[in-house]
Design a protein. Structure first.
Length: 571
């Protein structure tokens, strides 16, 4: 039988038999594999197709795409072979054509879920109940016990020694190298029910990243016993805060728990609760079993068993959380790599082919993507705009803003013949967005016929102009305006210069001049100016020299900001 096995993400370890000609994966309940835990998964995300003895996968035009063996696929049919990996956001499936030992899910009505379990006993919904208890009484591990002398009429329910040993061996094996907690820990609850015959209910509560307590796995011995398990927050908090296991023969009469009358509504009688601790002793959650029958009681030796299981389970939970964190980080890295590819595609793929002009460009983000950008924009009458811009900050947010800036700049420069008017319009459009990010921006509109360069500057470093006689100046320095996006109603000015043969213009972002070495010393504009003044005639030679020098200045330290450098020369 052909099947899919979940190798990462929600439902890790689950297997799904492919028994129909079309198997759909997505968030919608109608999907054969419905993924309800991830908002990144589309309603109808991907589909497995069977054509005779052959199988295919296709993307259903999903928002976050489908990947086959780490290659993005489209909505056409892509052949599947045994062992292929299908990635959908944080979910990764392995395609198998060999018979599984026993698929854990039937895809005809399947949901990849976190929490609950299936089996002989029923899985339940669960909710934590605020029962107003203070839970301040002191106790010690394995000693916080409500020890009462035996009373006639109480039921002693103890499995055989061999049954206990077998169940504990089963738990140990399950937790040994466990990374798929959604499959393993429910098995732990099942094994505990074999050890503690008096247990009517069991559950595992974990602390989430934001500190809230979440019931993750529940179990009841009899189906239909309860629609929802109501869990005492007092007990859970007491055990997690004290990091001590507790046993109570009768919760309703236990003064140590100091709970309100509402505890009676939980119908708990005898109860054991043990903390789940990581390798450093931090509380991750609790493991609890309880009874609803006052004749059934847990004994001190039962608490010893539960505590030993909780120690193993806590370490397994911690290892699984680290594993899931690594998988999430891997997914983030893959998304960032894709974002980097997209941003690189937005950058010019070639320099303008203008007679009598040479160009050089260098771009290097501090992270995967950055907030600097440069572009060459073809304009009417044979003119070309060379722009360099820098969004405050760097990373994903800055990169998204820069994509908007680049698109708006193309529109404004193509719409207005006068460059200063075009940048004034650009500022109005960016300011209207109401985003608390500003952009420094410089544009050089080059007329290759008249050999004129018109400069408009919005809060950016002025271009460095090397004249044919090696004199260096920064044209338009006195006309620098306010950065874009800060406020509406600003007017920008322009300055036009004539480029003679051999003249060079250099534009850059502050990631170049402010680049720091290990001693905290900046690279400085003076060093850029010196390389432009004393460099070879060709832009590539000047640009390569500056880039090598600034990277040598930074050394092995981290790059603090995005870097961008653009040069042009009239031959």
């Amino acid at each position: 039988m052909t099947y899919l096995v979940v190798e990462s993400g929600p439902g890790l370890g689950n297997r799904y038999a492919v028994e129909t000609d079309e198997l759909t994966i997505g968030r919608h309940p109608d999907c054969q594999i419905a993924v309800r835990e991830s908002v990144r998964v589309s309603r109808y995300h991907a589909q497995i197709i069977r054509r005779g003895d052959n199988y295919f996968v296709r993307d259903l035009l999903s928002r976050n795409h489908t990947y086959l063996n780490d290659q993005r696929i489209d909505d056409t049919l892509h052949p599947l072979k045994d062992g292929d990996r299908i990635r959908i956001c944080e979910l990764e499936f392995r395609f198998r054509e060999r018979d599984p030992a026993k698929p854990t899910k039937s895809p005809s009505a399947s949901t990849v879920t976190v929490g609950g379990l299936s089996g002989e006993e029923s899985s339940l919904n669960a909710e934590l109940v605020d029962d107003d208890g203070t839970g301040n009484s002191s106790s010690t591990v394995l000693a916080a016990l409500d020890v009462v002398s035996g009373v006639d009429g109480f039921v002693q329910m103890t499995p055989s020694l061999q049954a206990r040993i077998n169940a504990l061996i089963e738990i140990t094996r399950s937790l040994g190298n466990a990374l798929a907690l959604d499959e393993v820990l429910p098995k732990v609850l099942s094994s505990l029910f074999k050890i503690f015959l008096q247990a009517d209910r069991g559950f595992i509560v974990l602390r989430s990243d934001d500190g809230s307590l979440i019931p993750r796995w529940t179990k009841a011995r009899r189906a239909g016993q309860d629609e929802t398990i109501r869990i005492s927050r007092t007990i859970v908090r007491r055990v997690m805060d004290s990091k001590e296991a507790i046993l109570s023969h009768d919760v309703t009469k236990d003064d140590r728990l100091d709970m309100s009358q509402s505890i009676a509504e939980l119908r708990i009688r005898s109860m054991m609760c043990a903390p789940l601790l990581d390798s450093e002793g931090a509380a991750l959650g609790v493991l609890q079993v309880d009874t609803l029958d006052q004749r059934k009681r847990f004994q001190p030796e039962d608490l010893e068993v539960l505590t030993s299981v909780a120690v193993q389970a806590g370490i397994a939970v911690h290892n699984a959380q680290l594993h899931e964190q690594a998988l999430r980080q891997k997914a983030i890295e893959q998304d960032l790599e894709l974002a980097k590819e997209v941003q690189e595609a937005f950058l010019p793929q070639a320099s303008p082919q203008l007679e009598n002009y040479d160009f050089f460009a260098f771009y290097r983000p501090a992270n995967h993507v950055g907030g600097d950008c440069y572009d060459y924009i073809d304009l009417p009458n044979g003119r070309t705009a060379v722009i360099v811009a820098d969004v405050v900050g760097h990373g994903i947010a800055a990169a998204m803003m820069m994509a908007k800036v680049s698109a708006e700049a193309k529109f404004c420069l193509a719409s207005e013949a006068r460059p200063a008017t075009a940048i004034t319009m650009l500022n109005e459009r960016l300011s209207a967005m109401g985003i608390q990010r500003f952009v420094t921006f410089v544009a050089v509109i080059l007329d290759p016929i008249k050999h004129e360069a018109t400069i408009v500057n919005a809060g950016h470093m002025p271009p460095i102009w090397r004249r044919k006689d090696a004199a260096v100046e920064e044209p338009g320095e006195e006309l620098v305006g306010i950065p874009l996006g800060i406020m509406k109603g600003l007017e920008y000015n322009q300055k036009t210069i004539v480029l003679e043969p051999g003249d060079v213009l250099a534009m850059y972002t502050d990631g170049i001049n402010e680049a720091m070495n290990a001693q905290g010393q900046q690279y400085t504009i003076d060093r850029i100016r010196a390389h432009v003044k004393n460099g070879a005639p060709e832009p590539h030679s000047i640009g390569d020299t500056i880039v090598k020098d600034v990277l040598a200045h930074v050394g092995t330290g981290p790059q603090a900001d995005d870097m961008c450098l653009v040069l042009l020369r009239r031959k």
